[in-house]
Every structure is written in C-alpha cells, then in structure tokens.
Design a protein around this ligand. Structure first.
Ligand SMILES: [Zn+2]
Length: 299
C-alpha cells in the first residue's frame, strides 16, 4: 500500500509540473508574439508604431490610426524624403558670349543708333553665291553660314508646305546701299525713305547675314503686308528660328526697330540665339540684348 501511495504522489507531482510548464511556455509565447507585432489588437500595430517612431518625437502610437491603411493614413507627419536632389536649374543662355558690335559676329546688332563699324569700308569676309537650286533672280550673295542655313530653310519649306521660296535680296555693299537709299529719298522724301530703307552704313544687308524672302506663287513683293498672310510668310514666321533666322522687323515693332513691318526680311543670328528668342517670346534683337529702342537716327 505504501508503494502504491508513493507512486500516485509522484504521478500527481509530474502532472502538476507538466501543466505548470505548459502554462509558463504559453505565457512567454503570447508575450513574444504581441511584442513582435505578429499578433496585434488594432490590426495595424506596425503602421502605428512606424508613425510614432518617425513622426513627432512627443507622440505616442495613436489608437485612432485607421485599422484600414490608406496612403494618407500611413503618411501624416512624415516629412517628404529629404534625399531627393533638387533638379539643376536650366542652363541660362549667355547673351554676352558673342559680340553685338563686331560686324563679323552673328549677333551684331545694326540699327539706326548702331551703324556698322567703319561702314563705308566694311565688307563681309566669306560671301558665297547661293546654290543653283535656290531661286535668286538678282544674284545676291550671303556669308557662308547664313547661305547654308538659308538653303536648309528653303528645302524645308518645299518639303513641309510645298512652297518654293525665293531669295530676293541678300548682301548689299555700302555703295549699293547709297543708290538704294537715294532712290527712296527721291520717291518718298527723307522721312518716308527712313521708314523703309536704311541709310548707307546702317543696313543689315551690308553684314551679309540678312535676306529678303518671297515665294514663287503668291505674287507678293517687298512692299506692304501681302507676304505676311501667305503660306510661305506664315511658315517662315513660325519656323525660321529652326534655321537660325529671325523676322527682324516684326509687326508692331516700329517704335523699337525703327522700321515698318517687313514680313520678308529675315536675319541670320545662328540657331542657339534664334531658338532662345523663340522660346522666350522676345521678338526684336534690341529687346533680346537689352539695347535701347532705335526708332530714329541720332542726328
Ligand atoms: Zn531687307
């Protein structure tokens, strides 16, 4: 009987020990699961914990954080990532890169206040004849770069709108300008001539980088507004910058340029500057280079 009682007591102790061990193990396991967030009561314990860890240092996990995460629920108080680099500013166009005084510079500005330096003696260094496939009834020349750009522009007009452009007037020497200006003075008087023709030494045409452009179909001349309303005139106004040309005497520009609207007169300044003028909406060289308006001669 003694042995039987002792054996029951040992079995009872073993059962109690096993139950106690199981209970302890269960408590430890439950605590671990809560602590690591594998189990949670709110359903979004991890999100709430991350809000408090990166948000306000005085905040504590908010029980009001939605149990259904939404983009806005997971970001309140989180500053935008600070490591995104600022995009670099667009490179600014350097308007001082080339001379506006040297008559050989593509950017030279010639107007009624800015005669060509040594104008009576100046002739461009690299005049060329225009290619034979470019209508050029008066046989005018241009400087090499301006001529190459003009040829590209003529080809593009033909390809894009099917119109053949015509080179009506290019380089004019000082002595030719003397005759042209005298012709206008005789027919219009000095005031009338000064609105339409430069005095000798003051003409862009003497730089070899200006061209009067018409077409073979409209019948317009270098007079009045006729050419502005043609397909060619409108295509040139919109596209000449692609080839480095700008409409030099725009509509409404007379108080600045000193000349009436000349929808046929284009000046080559190179693609970078012409594109910058186009992109910034500046329509005269005087405004582009910050020069005074030149409505009239100084004296
Ligand atoms: Zn002209």
């Amino acid at each position: 009987m003694e042995r039987e009682r002792a054996r029951r007591q040992r079995r009872t102790r073993a059962i109690v020990l096993a139950v106690a061990t199981l209970l302890v193990a269960a408590v430890v396991a439950t605590g671990t699961l809560f602590a690591t967030g594998v189990w949670s009561l709110g359903g979004d314990r991890m999100a709430a914990a991350s809000v408090s860890s990166t948000g306000s240092p005085t905040g504590s996990p908010s029980p009001s954080v939605s149990a259904t995460p939404t983009p806005s629920a997971s970001v309140p108080g989180i500053p935008a990532p600070s490591f995104t680099p600022e995009p670099p500013p667009p490179p600014s166009f350097d308007k001082a890169a080339l001379s506006i005084d040297d008559p050989t510079s593509p950017w030279v500005v010639v107007n009624k206040l800015r005669p060509i330096a040594d104008g009576a003696d100046y002739g461009p260094p690299d005049l060329v004849d225009l290619p034979a496939d470019m209508p050029n009834p008066n046989g005018y020349q241009l400087r090499a770069d301006a001529a190459a750009a003009l040829e590209e522009m003529f080809h593009a007009a033909l390809a894009e709108i099917g119109v053949q452009l015509v080179a009506q007037s290019g380089y004019r020497s000082y002595s030719v300008q003397v005759r042209a200006y005298d012709y206008y003075v005789n027919s219009l008087g000095v005031a009338g001539a000064d609105l339409t023709s430069a005095r000798p030494g003051y003409s862009e045409h003497q730089t070899g980088m200006a061209m009067d452009i018409l077409d073979t179909v409209s019948g317009c001349s270098t007079d009045g507004r006729c050419f502005a309303d043609t397909a060619a005139g409108q295509w040139l106004a919109a596209n000449a910058y692609r080839f480095g040309y700008v409409l030099r005497y725009p509509d409404g520009g007379t108080p600045i340029t000193g000349y009436e609207f000349e929808p046929w007169h284009y000046r080559w300044i190179g693609v970078p500057a012409a594109t910058e003028m186009h992109d910034t909406g500046v329509t005269t060289l005087e405004e582009f280079f910050g020069l005074p308006a030149a409505p009239d001669y100084a004296g």
